[in-house]
Design a protein around this ligand. Structure first.
Ligand code: BES
Ligand code: ZN
Ligand code: ZN
Length: 502
């Protein structure tokens, strides 16, 4: 996939050479001076005239007319050198990779040194490239009878790195690529329709992933779920023809099973709303309601590849949310695994129910830190839009670690408050300990507050990805559809995690 060489070879024959270009001053530095010389200074002229642009994310193609071995040069505009960040570089490279993939180029050579700045070192640049190559070339083929045009992916990359040792660059490329691949796996799970991805299918997928990376796998079947008293997961599953699953993957990267990070993902394979049924417009797209589960599984894939020295317990409560004569009804009172009883006021607020049992299970199996991820509420879209994941926490130091990871992954998040007033709304029921839907005011927050009742004192971060799990339009690093959001944030968070006493 990636071949790294320590000297720029302008004579090597290839489809194209990729070079980063900064604005103001636009100049060809280092080995690129030689490149410009080989074009008798014409490249400088093209930059001056604006035919080759250094504006951020502008891609310019110049034919080499056999002056060098590469048939063409692709210039990647990087904007002002001082403004380039790791995330912006990843975006710019994404734009390039999309263009190359669209034009069916299977190979390219990259002059890595031309992407390096004071803030973005060569290893960052290599990581960004590896990630961009995987992310930006993703596509979901779907199920048309007439096959899509066969794919030609960018799969042969030559990397010239003159300032950093080849093995280090190779390692950073491989890590970046693994991050992209894990994200793509999550995207595919989310793009798969509910009839082709039931809780059983999701469990089988997780079991295969677990076998590949030697995780301990436990798939709790309906009988186990009943035996363990997971009344909230069972309640959501009552209307379904498909059995529920509680999917558990255990990765132990430390000697002892301590400082365990519990990753809990909402795995609703289709959400009709149940008897609080969705509208005919609102129900479309609800195959994506297992986006949290997909994020956790994508992160586990990266964890399996990179094997960090951490302990992780992935827990995915999974079912669809359907209607039948036996389905859960508004007014029903159910008993969760924790023993807490819940008055169900809205069967469409099902995510918080299954997560309640997921969180309790994770705690019982040693999770000392919890992060739940869920396509939980339309409310988070109203509050933050579709580019920002909503976060809540009962423990700031843990949130700070998640936030840090999200910034590095280029996945925006913003914290919503968890005040007593909202906790009280969730606790306000005449017949049970809690109610699952105390009204629509600030309902992203009450959903989080509800889940917090089950985290209790365990440090916990809640991530609501209802807005960010899918994209309506193509973007730099992927096509419209599932984004695989939070896969890379979770994986980075786990990799960097440091236990903090509460
Ligand atoms: N799965 C939905 C949330 C959702 C909405 C995900 C839009 C993706 C896009 C969730 O189960 C739900 O229905 N939430 C309700 C909660 C309400 C009943 C309190 C909502 O947001 O309307
Ligand atoms: Zn719902
Ligand atoms: Zn849902």
């Amino acid at each position: 996939m990636f071949l790294v060489k320590e000297k720029l070879d302008l004579a090597a024959e290839q489809e194209g050479l990729v070079v980063g270009l900064f604005e103001q001053p636009e100049k060809f530095a280092g080995s690129l001076e030689k490149l410009d010389e080989m074009f008798d200074g014409q490249l400088t002229e093209l930059v001056k005239s604006g035919d080759v642009s250094a504006k951020f994310k502008q891609i310019s193609k110049v034919h080499s007319f056999a002056k060098i071995g590469a048939k063409r040069i692709w210039f990647v505009g990087l904007g002002k050198e001082k403004d380039l960040s790791f995330d912006k570089l990843r975006q710019a490279l994404g734009t390039l990779v999309k263009k190359l993939t669209k034009n069916k180029f299977g190979e390219a050579a990259f002059y890595l040194d031309s992407f390096i700045t004071e803030k973005v070192d060569g290893l960052d640049a290599a990581h960004a490239l590896g990630e961009a190559v995987a992310l930006a070339s993703y596509r979901f083929d779907g199920y048309r009878q007439k096959a899509n045009e066969p794919e030609r992916k960018l799969e042969k990359l030559m990397i010239y790195s003159e300032s950093i040792a080849a093995e280090e660059v190779q390692a950073a490329l491989t890590v970046g690529y693994a991050f992209g691949k894990g994200t793509n796996s999550a995207r595919t799970l989310v793009n798969t329709p509910g009839n082709l991805l039931t809780a059983t299918d999701l469990a089988n997928y997780a079991a295969e992933l677990g076998a590949k990376y030697e995780f301990e796998v436990e798939i709790l079947e309906k009988a186990d779920i009943e035996r363990l008293g997971m009344g909230a997961l069972l309640a959501v599953n009552k209307g379904s023809a498909e059995p529920p699953k509680m999917i558990v993957l255990k990765y132990q990267g430390k000697e002892e099973w301590q400082d365990v990070i519990g990753l809990v993902g909402k795995g609703i394979t289709f959400d009709t709303g149940g008897y609080s049924i969705k509208t005919k417009a609102g129900i479309v797209g609800m195959k994506t309601d297992m986006g949290g589960a997909a994020a956790v599984l994508g992160a586990m894939e990266i964890i399996g590849e990179l094997k960090p020295e951490q302990n992780v317990l992935a827990v995915i409560p999974s079912t669809d949310n359907m209607i039948s004569g036996g389905a859960l009804k508004p007014d029903d009172v159910i008993t969760s695994m924790s023993g807490k009883t819940i008055e169900v006021l809205n069967t469409d607020a099902e995510g918080r129910l299954v997560l309640a049992d997921g969180i309790t299970y994770a705690k019982h199996h040693g999770a000392n830190y919890l992060v739940d991820v869920a396509t939980l509420t339309g409310g988070v879209i109203t509050a933050l839009g579709v580019h920002t994941t909503g976060a809540m926490t009962n423990y700031e130091p843990l949130y700070e670690q998640v936030l840090e990871a999200s910034m590095e992954a280029g996945e925006q998040m913003w914290q919503l408050p968890l005040f007593e007033s909202e906790k009280e709304r969730v606790r306000n029921s005449k017949v049970a300990d809690l109610n699952n839907s105390p009204g629509s005011e600030g309902h992203a927050i009450v959903a989080g507050a509800f889940i917090g009742e089950f985290a209790e004192d365990t440090p916990w971060v809640h991530l609501d990805i209802a807005g960010t799990a899918t994209a309506a339009k193509d973007y730099d690093l992927g096509p419209a559809g599932a984004t695989g959001v939070m896969v890379r944030t979770l994986a980075l968070f786990v990799e960097r995690f440091e236990p903090t006493e509460k």
